[in-house]
Ligand binder design. Structure first.
Ligand code: AMP
Ligand code: MG
Length: 402
């Protein structure tokens, strides 16, 4: 059976054939999008040498403690002065430094007497303090932001300082989700007897949303070949990039999804991965000559469905956009864990930190792939490797935050 690592390699290799599209958006609309260009500054930052404090500009001389005030420069209102030893102008934060001055004494460190400032007895300062030198933050034509990052407010500030009113970002992927199962009803219906609410659709749409991609809800189909065929084939003819189905990928009598995918010309790259939960996962590729599409058939079990998305789909979508998913962390187990098979397990866990910053983890009580409410309590997945059967209290384990 395909191992977890092999499965991920297959997905990332297939994803490389996808041509990312780029679009331009207004800077103010770009938060949360993924930057598709390197940003260079068109000016030095700061553009001129200026004061970092409200204070007095002087020409440093350690023997002088009194200066005559000859003027004032506020931010954005420069006036020419020539500052010689013993002279000063008051300069506000962000005000340009006049010629001759090399140091700013903060207002808090002086006493004003008529047109003179006098250094307070306990004040100390040295040459060059409180001055922000032109280009000290970034020089003109230097790289300010590298592409392939989720744009956050701090990046917006940098781009704005570099004069970028529009940014090139990757177009969002259109990811359609489809639930299969005769037992499914939508969330607005109170299920009777043998029905359940289709939570998977909403979990997947939320996970897609969290990555700021476009989720398309294709709803629920019955376990009927015709219906499933119609829906999958309309995806193949749409402009959506990825289809995620849930349910019907195992070996049950009414598990039609895989055979229909094959019948419609989807190349199955693997079916079943040596993991728990979520073993029956299917990954397929469809290439109609002009565009490549990807299909994931996830099991219906709500826990398997979410875990599969996190460990196979999310990481590979990020990777496609040039972003390495680097949130793996190490925690110390506070209980023994056991397993009986050679699958890689992704146990639902709860991690916590103590005041010294040590991270501890234990599993949430119920680990069955049907225990969705238990999954709601978890904040990480504990990775339990294939070859291991037991993990001991105190052992360090890798975890993925969820
Ligand atoms: P399946 O993978 O179709 O064999 O389904 C496995 C289990 O997951 C069954 O107990 C289903 O009722 C449940 N299930 C299937 N689809 C969904 C869904 N969309 N939302 C919640 N549970 C589901
Ligand atoms: Mg089913």
């Amino acid at each position: 059976m395909t191992s977890y690592d092999e499965a991920n390699e297959i997905i990332s290799k297939e994803f490389q054939n996808y041509k990312l599209q780029i679009e331009e958006v207004a800077l103010s609309d770009s938060t949360g999008r993924i930057l598709a260009e390197d940003i260079y500054s068109d000016i030095d930052l700061p553009p001129f040498t200026n004061s970092a404090m409200d204070g007095y500009a002087i020409k440093f001389n350690s023997d002088i403690t009194k200066w005559k005030i000859i003027g004032e420069i506020s931010a954005g209102n420069f006036k020419e002065y020539n500052i010689d030893e013993g002279l000063t102008v008051s300069v506000m934060t962000g005000g340009k430094i006049p010629d001759g001055a090399d140091t700013i004494i903060p207002i808090e460190d002086i006493i004003i007497e008529k047109d003179t400032i006098i250094l307070k007895d306990n004040a100390t300062f040295r040459k060059g303090i409180n001055i922000r030198i032109k280009g000290n933050d970034l020089l003109k034509n230097q790289i300010a932001l590298s592409k392939n990052i989720f744009i956050k407010p701090r990046h917006i500030a940098v781009a704005a300082s570099c004069g970028k009113s529009r940014l090139k970002v990757y177009k969002k992927l259109n990811i359609a989700v489809l639930a299969t199962g005769d037992e499914l009803v939508d969330i607005t219906t109170k299920p009777d007897e043998d029905k359940i609410r289709s939570s998977n659709l909403y979990a997947l749409l939320s996970a897609i949303n969290e990555m700021n991609q476009t989720g398309i809800n294709l709803g629920i189909v019955k376990d009927q070949e015709d219906e499933i065929r119609t829906r999958i084939s309309s995806f193949l003819n749409s402009n959506n990039d990825i289809l995620i189905t849930t349910g019907g990928v195992s070996v049950g009598k009414y598990d039609y999804v895989k055979s229909i995918m094959e019948e419609l010309g989807i190349k199955i790259n693997f079916w079943k991965a040596n993991i728990k939960p979520g073993k029956p996962i299917i990954f397929g590729t469809y290439n109609n000559g002009s565009a490549i599409k990807f299909v994931f058939g996830l099991p219906g079990n709500p826990v398997s469905c979410i875990v599969n998305f996190l460990i196979f789909i999310k990481n590979n979508i990020l990777y496609l956009f040039g972003i390495e998913k680097d949130d793996l962390f190490i925690a110390e187990l506070t209980e023994d864990l056991k397993k009986k098979d050679d699958k890689k397990h992704f146990m639902r866990g709860m991690f916590s930190k103590n005041i010294e910053g040590n991270v501890f983890v234990k599993r949430v009580g119920l680990q069955s792939s049907g225990n969705l409410a238990e999954m709601g309590k978890a904040n990480c997945l504990i990775i339990f490797d294939e070859e291991k059967r037991e993990l001991k209290t105190g052992e360090k384990v890798f975890c993925i935050p969820i």
